[in-house]
Design a protein. Structure first.
Length: 81
């Protein structure tokens, strides 16, 4: 088993992790546990959700119980402005 396959991107804001939207509302649910967090492997989706919620993207592997802030290199050819 390659445990790296289980690593995903989650959203952290302060000490809490995004779980998701409460059904039927625009309210978000947050948890202090990364195991409760909404997870994706799609970087663009994670970055969009982080921007919309004021959070940061973190890497989480629930099998290895490892978590660390995601650091992405900027795309080549982009210029700062």
């Amino acid at each position: 088993m390659d445990i790296r396959r289980y690593t995903g991107l989650i959203i952290k804001r302060g000490p809490e992790y995004l779980v998701g939207r409460i059904m039927g509302t625009s309210d978000l649910r947050w948890s202090i546990s990364p195991w409760d967090a909404w997870m994706t492997r799609d970087r663009e989706e994670a970055e969009d959700v982080a921007r919309a919620t004021g959070g940061d993207v973190w890497l989480f592997n629930p099998i290895a119980a490892q978590i660390r802030e995601a650091v992405f290199e900027e795309k080549r050819g982009q210029t700062g402005g």
